[in-house]
Ligand binder design. Sequence first.
Ligand SMILES: NC(=O)c1ccc[n+]([C@@H]2O[C@H](COP(=O)([O-])OP(=O)(O)OC[C@H]3O[C@@H](n4cnc5c(N)ncnc54)[C@H](OP(=O)(O)O)[C@@H]3O)[C@@H](O)[C@H]2O)c1
Length: 325
Amino acid sequence: MKNKSHQTMRAVAIDEFGGIEKMKPRELPVPEVATDEILIRVETAGVGVWDPFDREGGFAKEFGTQPHFPHVLGWDGAGTVEEVGADVQSLKRGDRVYGINDFMNPKGGFYAEYAVIKANNAATIPPALSTRNAGVLATDGVTALDGLARALQLKAGESILILGASGGVGHLAVQLAKRMKARVLAVASGRDGVEFVKRLGADKVIDGHQEDILKAAHEFAPQGLDAALLMTGGKAADQAITALRTGGRAAYPNGVPDVPQTSEGVKVMSYNGEPSSQTFATLNKLIDGGPFEVHIARTFKLEDAAEAQKALNDHYLGKLALVLS
Ligand SMILES: NC(=O)c1ccc[n+]([C@@H]2O[C@H](COP(=O)([O-])OP(=O)(O)OC[C@H]3O[C@@H](n4cnc5c(N)ncnc54)[C@H](OP(=O)(O)O)[C@@H]3O)[C@@H](O)[C@H]2O)c1
């Protein structure tokens, strides 16, 4: 049980949807744990590129969800289990865990000292990863794995282009695709992005802002690529889809703008990263297969969460994070 001094917690919340100025450090009650939930003492919270959309009320509007204010922001993170609900068998107090919050959870999110999530939305952290770095793994790792395994059904020996390979989802997708024994053409951002993704083991890396994607794809897979995972849209996504062989397939998580919806002879599909015990188990198993990097470009204190959201507009590699302890 949390002790008396932990009945309230520091958090960053909004009282209404809107701009970055709505984000306020607050003292709020620690959320109560239901029978199927866990209470996590948060060490790191991921700062997602979708967090500003959440703050502005974009998700609430899109899905017709009634918001609960104050709304504590933050979709994912990692820390230590402080308390488990009566029905939870899979985790225990003291476990190091990472996890994803339920959509618009009225109990709040991970921009806080404590977060309550469903036990099924969490997993123990692979031994080789620090709790700090695992804080940015849950959403991006599940989204990368679901894209490769569930949407694209990637097979060993297939060629895949990963667009946005130096970003949050992309850098994990590159490593997971290699573990799945695919041939990976990574399209990264900037010279630093190219160096970073080379280190992660991609077979070929190009800078998507400077180099010709179609030419690189043709050299990499002269008969056309088997698959493409798209973390950004526009012309680069168009070219990646054009580089697919007949019968090839492309996938992108919902939220990526400007992706062509169809193209002759290929399948283009959207999907969501969906946490489940099975997906976390597969993710952890793949991560356990050797050195695996979950990259945090910059960290911010909880109180500086607004600065962190501003920094989402900068060029950076991997992901941004709030560090609480
Ligand atoms: N539906 C879901 O379940 C779900 C879950 C997670 C994420 N998402 C969505 O998936 C997308 C990716 O998320 P993320 O966290 O990976 O975002 P991210 O870190 O911003 O990744 C996108 C990357 O693409 C790079 N990029 C842009 N244009 C490029 C080009 N022409 N060539 C090479 N790289 C290029 C960006 O770098 P620069 O900024 O430096 O150009 C950035 O590193 C977002 O739209 C997010 O909302 C959806």
